[in-house]
Design a protein around this ligand. Structure first.
Ligand SMILES: Nc1ncnc2c1ncn2[C@@H]1O[C@H](COP(=O)(O)OP(=O)(O)OP(=O)(O)O)[C@@H](O)[C@H]1O
Ligand SMILES: [Mg+2]
Length: 348
């Protein structure tokens, strides 16, 4: 499984990826090279590295990537309503946003190679649906991404015109819209915002990819508007990784192996994490967000205490997010109790 990205970046300025500056910063951040010589890294750099860590390719990510390549080709000569899109749907923390960002990065880097030296291009746009969004708020998010001023006197139509004109001028071909579950098409504002997205999809010659929490089960696809959306978008599930069949266990073990090989810990025995694949699955229920947190917290802890090796005891002492802790069934509440007791002892 490929290790795709991440970087040691000393610059602390924060620009969300839903702004052009933040998006460019994300695309331009130097990827971590697996096997790179880290002997000269300072403590701070080692902590930064494990805090940011790497993005590994999951099966869901691979599928979304394949589907997107096909959708882009199918849409290439299509206009307006005939273009098809994708919706990435799954429970919280399963890597939906990360998948969108990685897709965007791959697409943008390929576009840069194809059009090297051409400045005025913006192949990818990334926005997040704001909570309780109205159509004006949504299109203003696009304007914010593009760095376009939204003046008080501009109405929704005027902002839409300038956003569409700019995206067309910059040859944007991929539009990523995150947190689409925040649109409730049963409310008036939600329904109108959904219409606004559809309108943008007709005016911008791009392929749209949405991501959201359990969209397959949400009001977004209900009612006439929802049905319209359902008629144009393919739904791709981004579920926690299962661990039942031999193939599923192999995939999970490969994922752990990829994360483990990206660690930069001086005394860590290679394979020690992979041996804990079953334990790691029982702790995280196959949710990549919980897994990533567990490994990163363990890594940072060992860098700080100087042991520089991740053991099962260390993993066991780390408390995870509420969802992960609540789902731990085997060996039952004793796991939590032991962990809590251990933490209290350490603190005192
Ligand atoms: N492929 C991956 N490789 C390594 N870490 C990952 C990967 N995917 C997600 N993560 C990590 O898991 C955490 C959650 O990921 P992300 O925010 O993408 O999930 P999400 O499904 O969008 O969550 P939410 O539903 O809360 O929006 C992040 O810390 C991210 O770095
Ligand atoms: Mg997300």
């Amino acid at each position: 499984m490929a290790v795709a990205a991440s970087s040691v970046n000393g610059d602390d300025a924060f620009d969300p990826v839903s702004t052009w500056v933040g998006w460019k910063r994300y695309i331009d951040s130097a990827p971590a090279v697996p096997g790179a010589d880290d002997s000269g890294w300072s403590l701070e750099e080692r902590l930064d590295y494990h805090s940011q860590f790497v993005v590994v390719t999951t099966p869901a990510m691979e599928r979304v990537k394949r589907e997107l390549q096909t959708a882009l080709l199918v849409n290439r000569r299509q206009r307006g309503t005939a273009r098809r899109g994708l919706i990435v749907s799954g429970p919280p923390s399963t890597g939906k946003t990360t998948t969108l960002m990685e897709l965007g990065r791959i697409f943008e880097l390929a576009d840069r190679r194809k059009h090297s030296g051409v400045e005025d291009r913006l192949p990818v746009a990334f926005v997040s649906v704001p909570p309780a969004s109205t159509p004006r708020m949504l299109v203003s998010e696009f304007a914010r991404f593009l760095g376009l001023p939204v003046l008080q006197r501009m109405n929704q139509a005027a902002i839409t015109d300038v956003v569409c004109a700019t995206l067309c001028e910059l040859r944007t071909q991929l539009v990523l819209v995150d947190d689409i579950h925040l649109l409730d098409t049963r409310t008036r504002a939600g329904a109108e915002t959904s219409d606004q997205i559809k309108h943008l999809g007709e005016r911008i010659p791009a392929t749209f990819v949405y991501a959201g929490v359990d969209v397959h089960d949400s009001p977004l696809l209900v009612g006439p508007r929802g049905q319209q959306l359902a008629g144009r978008f393919k739904l791709l599930r981004n579920d926690p990784l299962p661990y039942s069949t031999a193939a599923q266990r192999h995939t999970w073990e490969e994922l752990i192996g990829s994360l483990e090989s990206a660690l930069r810990l001086r005394n860590h025995r290679p394979g020690a994490l992979a041996e804990q694949a079953l334990y790691l699955h029982s702790r995280t229920a196959g949710v990549i967000g919980s897994l990533s947190h567990l490994i990163r917290e363990a890594a940072v802890t060992t860098v700080l205490d100087g042991t520089e090796s991740i053991t099962k005891a260390l993993l066991h002492s780390i408390e995870l997010d509420i969802r992960a802790e609540q789902q731990v069934l085997a060996p039952g509440p004793a796991v939590t109790r032991q962990r809590t007791a251990k933490r209290t002892k350490t603190k005192s």
